[in-house]
Design a protein around this ligand. Structure first.
Ligand code: MN
Length: 286
């Protein structure tokens, strides 16, 4: 099923997509938590109960009017991998990593489908990156690789917006600052639960800038696959329900082009992943 977080007069509401509407799950079944994170924390049982609640929904939101937040708007962690597609490492003139390259974003980066990416005055080199996002369901630590997928609640389309002048131009080769300006992590529209994604390493992934295709690849190009990422990270910290893991971007980013392409006010960026949907965000300067 597709789980979303809709901002309503009642505040953020966990919803499931059903017959063309977003159905408020907690109002359909008050025993369900009113958060996507809370539902995913219940594992496959939570998904089963949420699916069963959908036809009983009393409150439905029209997708044409609903304001979407990121499907998990308040994760405990947003962990990101860099250089996790072989071809992207090559276009970045960096070696294919032998272990995951990690950085973080903060929850203040998160925005939902259709919300604006705000270009910060401090950067003149803001770039785009299409990414598959892993959403943790049942938490755990020191998870063996062969059980790692049991801890994945679902997947979402993500966009790792990146200020290259901050990512690459600051002392110490630090990446984090360039990656975590406010609004730099669009995610959505929905989390698609893992039961509907039989192979996360076989998904076409594309990014369009103002309708023009800039990235076009497949998650079969991932250097570190989903199960290995989850197992690796769980040896560092406890993975908790709703944690988001950005898995890296394929080739075609703006900094690798001649001349480079940077996001401009008025741009529209769409990231599309097979079976997960299309995440669309306008770009503004404020
Ligand atoms: Mn990235």
């Amino acid at each position: 099923m597709r789980l979303l977080t809709v901002l309503t007069e009642l505040g953020p509401r966990a919803c499931g997509e059903f017959e063309g509407f977003y159905v408020d799950l907690h109002l359909a079944d008050p025993t369900l938590p009113n958060s996507v994170k809370g539902i995913l924390a219940l594992g496959s049982e939570g998904v089963r109960r949420a699916s069963a609640a959908l036809p009983k929904g009393t409150e439905k939101y029209d997708p044409a009017e609903a304001v979407l937040l990121a499907p998990v708007p308040d994760p405990a962690k947003i962990v990101c991998l860099g250089l996790n597609y072989r071809d992207h490492a090559a276009e970045s003139k960096m070696d294919v990593p032998t272990e995951p390259i990690l950085f973080s974003k903060y929850a203040t980066t998160l925005i939902g489908h259709n919300a604006p990416i705000i270009l910060p005055p401090a950067s003149t080199e803001v770039d785009y990156e299409a990414e598959l996002v892993i959403v943790i369901g049942v938490g755990g630590r020191a998870i063996p690789r062969e059980r790692a997928l049991e801890h994945v609640g679902g997947y979402a389309v993500g966009h790792d917006v990146s200020a290259r002048d901050w990512q690459l131009g600051k002392p110490g080769k630090q990446w984090m600052a360039g990656k975590t300006f406010d609004t730099f992590a669009p995610v959505g529209p929905a989390v698609v639960t893992a039961d509907e994604v039989p192979d996360p390493q076989a998904l076409g992934i594309r990014l369009r800038l103002n309708g023009k295709t800039m990235q076009d690849s497949n998650t079969n190009q991932l250097v570190f696959p989903v199960d290995e990422i989850v197992a690796y990270l769980s040896n560092i910290f406890t993975l908790e329900p709703g944690d988001l893991i950005f898995t890296g971007t394929p080739p075609g980013v703006g900094m690798a082009r001649q001349p480079p392409v940077w996001l401009q006010p008025g741009d529209i960026v769409e990231v599309e992943i097979d079976g997960l949907g299309t995440l669309r965000n306008p770009v503004i300067r404020r």
